[in-house]
Write a new protein. Structure first.
Lengths: 425, 104
């Protein structure tokens, strides 16, 4: 029996005991306090079930605000000891105990026999993403069958994640519409020659980043799994290093330290062309990285700052540099891919709840806000009606005003020569 | 997400037990405030079941429903208690056996 199960049983016993005491105690104040204990136990269960935000809402709203309201009304009415005396419905307690026992047995059988614990969540849709890492090649459009995955993808950039169905596809890479031209024929129907065509397989429940590498005439695709699951530590990020520089041997990937330049940390010991490193988790901070081959520096990234809770790709790719004499030289260049992929928020955390509230459940959220407004008005009216009556009865008019009114009516009577009668009489 | 350490059935059965205690409170007690508190107990039991299922399916839908239930319960308590106070002012009692004006 695990510690968590023991904890569950203890807290569940406290919750049931508190509920029972709430039901049988004669004093309403004691009942309210036992209900608070029960609500706190439920908040504890929310914590066990990955709902930390709801647990805090439960404690502040339920055990705090609502119970204060209850206590306030109990004290206001002096209703602690009400409810004694005889009743006309003496058969209700017996009948309700019998019926609820039957209900409990049925519920128990249903829950234990239905096997709800073995049900699995719905499988996640596979997602793919493409990164352009070939300099000297124009911007590209990427298609899976006739589905456009990337439009005008340029060097150093990647697409966001695209949801695709599991299955086999035909990958087609076309040169994108050149800058300045507004209309281009659809490459699929116009019969344009693709830059690359290859069979493509999407595995179930996978998230994969594909890096277009090689040279414009000989493209290849490097695949690398992307891990966007929640990180254990809030202030960290994931890193994958890809070598997309053709004709390089085995490279070392190092982290340089400003304070100690002589002793870099080796993050990836060996990475040949087309290889992808393991996913590395690094703490938040500013980093200097270096690709090195046999002790000589190949490429450097200085002062790289990556947002926390992301999965970042660092790619070593070829960059074409125009020399002074007009010739073009290809040099290795290390770059971080934009846009950065954010890892998913921890389940049930405040960020996750906030995101859900303002996207999927925005309508419900607004409706609840309206409902609370209507409730506020309703409660005020319910409480106010009595007050209005009382104020009207006791309406006190200042003596000065009374005297003024009398003098006005007296003057009017004197002018018209009629007896003074107030309209109210 | 890892499967829960405590099986979800335990939470559902606990939620059923708490719900039934709430029903008993509503049926047996005659003090209107006690009935109100038992209704809160029932709402909490159903919330617990929803959160347990949300954990099992890895779906935020259950938790969002609980969020809405909590906010609506707050509204319900505010209006309900205002009604109880109003009834107490006119009838001088909140024993529901005495509140039989609507009885034919």
């Amino acid at each position: 029996m695990s510690a968590e199960l023991v904890l569950f049983i203890v807290v569940a016993a406290v919750a049931i005991f508190a509920a029972a005491l709430m039901l049988i105690s004669r004093n309403a104040v004691h009942s309210a306090l036992f209900l608070v204990i029960n609500l706190l136990c439920v908040a504890f269960f929310y914590l066990m079930l990955n709902a930390p935000f709801l647990a805090m809402v439960q404690i502040t709203v339920y055990a705090g605000a609502i119970m204060v309201l209850f206590m306030f009304v109990i004290m206001l009415l002096g209703a602690e000891k009400l409810g004694g005396g005889s009743t006309h419905y003496g058969w209700i307690p017996t009948a309700s105990v019998i019926l609820t026992t039957i209900f409990l047995i049925v519920a128990f059988v249903v829950v234990t026999q239905s096997g709800i614990g073995s049900l699995k969540p719905a499988p996640q849709t596979p997602e793919v993403r493409f990164v352009h890492a070939v300099d000297g090649m124009p911007a590209v459009d990427v298609y899976l069958n006739d589905q456009k995955m990337a439009e005008h993808l340029v060097f150093e950039e990647g697409t966001p994640l695209n949801k695709v169905r599991t299955g086999d596809y035909n990958l087609l890479v076309f040169a994108a519409c050149p800058e300045g031209e507004s209309e281009c024929p659809d490459p699929l129907t116009s019969g344009a020659a693709p830059l690359m065509a290859a069979p493509f397989k999407v595995e179930p429940e996978s998230t994969v980043t594909y890096v277009l590498a090689g040279t414009p005439t000989a493209l290849r695709l490097i695949s690398s799994p992307t891990d966007l699951s929640t990180l254990d530590s809030e202030g960290s990020w994931r890193l994958t290093v890809v070598n997309a520089m053709p004709d390089t041997g085995s490279l070392q990937f190092l982290q340089l330290h400003r304070s100690d330049p002589a002793n870099p940390t080796v993050i990836v010991p060996a990475l040949a062309y087309g290889e992808v490193s393991e996913v590395v988790v690094l703490p938040d901070g500013t980093y200097d990285f270096e690709f090195a081959q046999a002790g000589t520096r190949v490429a450097v990234i200085d002062a790289l700052r990556i947002p926390r809770k992301t999965h970042q790709y660092l790619i070593l790719g070829p960059e074409q540099v125009v020399m002074a004499n007009g010739s073009i030289e290809v040099r290795p260049k290390a770059f971080a891919v934009a846009p950065v992929l954010k890892t998913i928020e921890s389940f049930g955390g405040p960020q996750n709840v906030g995101k859900e509230l303002l996207t999927t459940y925005l309508l419900g959220f607004e409706m609840v806000a309206l409902l609370l407004l209507a409730t506020m008005v309703g409660a005020i009216i319910l409480a106010r009606e009595e007050v209005v009556h009382r104020v009207r009865k006791r309406l006190v008019v200042s003596p000065v005003v009374k005297r003024m009114n009398q003098s006005i009516t007296a003057n009017a009577a004197a002018i018209q020569g009629e007896p003074t009668n107030t309209p109210a009489e | 997400m890892q499967p829960p350490t405590v099986p979800v059935e335990n939470f559902i059965i606990l939620s059923a037990v708490l719900f039934i205690m709430g029903i008993l409170g509503v049926l047996v007690r005659r003090n209107a405030i006690m009935i109100f508190m038992s209704v809160e107990l029932m709402l909490n039991a159903s919330n617990l079941a929803l959160v347990a299922f949300a954990r099992q399916w890895g779906d935020m839908g259950g938790q969002m429903t609980v969020f809405f239930v909590i906010s609506i319960a707050a509204a319900e308590v505010a209006v309900g208690l205002a009604l109880i106070v109003a009834i107490f002012k006119t009838k001088k009692t909140i024993d529901i056996d005495e509140l039989n004006t609507l009885k034919g």
